[in-house]
Design a protein around this ligand. Structure first.
Ligand code: URA
Ligand code: CA
Length: 433
């Protein structure tokens, strides 16, 4: 096989065989296919797309390019959840213990964040003592015992995706549905998922800016999941404004605890119930989404979900007392209220900009080497559709520096007002099963 012939075949709109796709992925991972040929191939895919079969083959080839985690020693259907990313997204912290309490094993491999706030691991490390350096043996034992564990990312997961993503980034080929869908799904499959639930975000704070694009991506990933024997469901959810009220690591842990107690923000709670219901169904613990939702509400109500969260923290070296006393989480030195400069209904709170405001305080990493300040961030007091009087606080800034002028400037710029009442944006616009 010659790469030049495969580039030509794709360029002219023909379908590649399984063997041809494996040849490309393996060859590129090993360094036998040059970047310039791969770049041409990616551009051909960008314009010619891929059939469902090609997408599934590409996903499996990338999943097989490095370590594949074997979770077969864990009883039950291992369900993984993936979010395409947003601002203040605390769902993983809530969903883990929540669906574990319904009997679905959650064996989560997670990463650190690069962006507005930390990733799931950074957030969990806001809990004193918590660590994710577990041996595979302990990881599996913990999931069998309490149904939930989080481990740090294995170094050699999907090397093909790492190399391809870096190349796509500099060849204007990131924004291609078959390439994005296979990239995400290959990582879930390599991490050992038997079933997958996807939260595809849309809006200004999201990767997919329009609902149409988000839906197309969701259908592509569900198609790949089902074609590769992993039951997959997806939802489309709004990321025009941040999710919940808290943006910042320790602040989001506190918000997650409140949500598990049944006192969380309405949007975060609803998102967790909808995603959680899908996880319980694909995990085989309920027949219908309605039945699953009732189970989730019950484990919040009877304290079972919160109890699992405590056991989970304790099993991974953390201090479970934070659940009963959130003041044990890292605290910022300074608190600054943000008085509204106008009166009216809030018509927009640009998630991306609010995330940037939190990052300026040190809540997120600007580069891989940046240190995160786990205590800092923002807590919003208003969301889109809320009325605010001039001078009323729209947010509290938690910082470890007295000067927060730059953060405030970005924050003020992110908010728009309307003199007439504004409809709240629907949180979930589609459920794809
Ligand atoms: N996220 C991924 O993991 N891969 C992509 O290609 C795009 C977003
Ligand atoms: Ca939040």
């Amino acid at each position: 096989m010659r790469m030049v012939d495969l580039i030509e075949k794709k360029r002219d709109g023909f379908e590649l065989s399984t063997e041809e796709i494996q040849f490309i992925v393996t060859g590129y991972t090993k360094g036998e296919i040059a970047d310039y040929q791969m770049s041409a191939f990616l551009m051909a895919v960008y314009f010619q797309n891929m059939t469902d079969r090609e997408r599934a083959d590409l996903t499996l080839a990338m999943a097989a390019s490095g370590d594949q985690i074997d979770l077969s020693a864990i009883e039950g259907i291992k369900v993984d959840k993936h979010s395409t990313g947003g601002v203040g997204d605390t769902t993983t912290l809530v969903l883990g213990p929540l669906v574990a309490a319904c009997g679905v094993p959650v064996a989560k491999m997670s990463g650190r964040g690069l962006g507005h706030t930390g990733g799931t691991i950074d957030k969990l490390e806001a809990i004193e003592g918590f660590h994710v350096e577990l041996s595979t043996e302990d990881f599996i034992k913990q999931v069998n015992d309490i149904k939930v564990a989080v481990i740090g990312q294995s170094g050699n997961l999907t090397p093909a995706d790492k190399k391809l993503y870096a190349l796509r980034d500099v060849t204007a080929t990131v924004n291609s549905i078959p390439l994005i869908a296979s990239s995400i799904m290959s990582k879930k499959i390599a991490a050992g998922a038997n079933a997958i639930v996807l939260d595809v975000k849309t809006g200004e704070g999201a990767f997919m800016k329009t609902e149409e694009d988000a839906k197309e991506l969701a259908h592509a990933m569900v198609g790949i999941g089902n074609a590769t024997g992993r039951q997959t469901m997806a939802i489309i959810s709004d990321m025009g404004q941040p999710l919940g009220y808290a943006i910042g690591n320790a602040l989001e842990v506190k918000e997650a605890i409140e949500t598990l107690q049944g006192n969380g923000p309405e949007d975060l709670t609803e998102l967790c119930l909808v995603l959680g219901s899908q996880m319980v169904v694909v995990g085989g613990k309920a027949e219908t989404l309605e039945e699953a939702r009732a189970m989730l509400l019950q484990v919040i109500e009877n304290g079972e979900a919160l109890k699992i969260f405590k056991q989970f923290i304790e099993s991974q070296g953390g201090n479970p007392a934070v659940v009963d006393d959130v003041n044990l989480l890292p605290q910022a030195q300074f608190k600054t209220e943000v008085p509204s400069k106008a009166e009216g209904y809030i018509s927009n709170m640009v998630a991306d900009d609010i995330g940037t405001a939190a990052m300026l305080l040190g809540a997120g990493r600007a580069t891989k080497e940046s240190e995160i300040d786990l205590a800092v961030g923002l807590v919003l007091h208003k969301k889109v559709g809320d009325f605010v009087s001039e001078g009323e606080s729209i947010a509290t800034v938690y910082s470890n520096t007295e000067d927060v002028a730059e953060c405030l400037r970005v924050l003020y710029n992110s908010v728009e007002y309307s003199s007439e009442s504004v409809e709240k944006t629907p949180l979930i616009s589609a459920v794809i099963t």
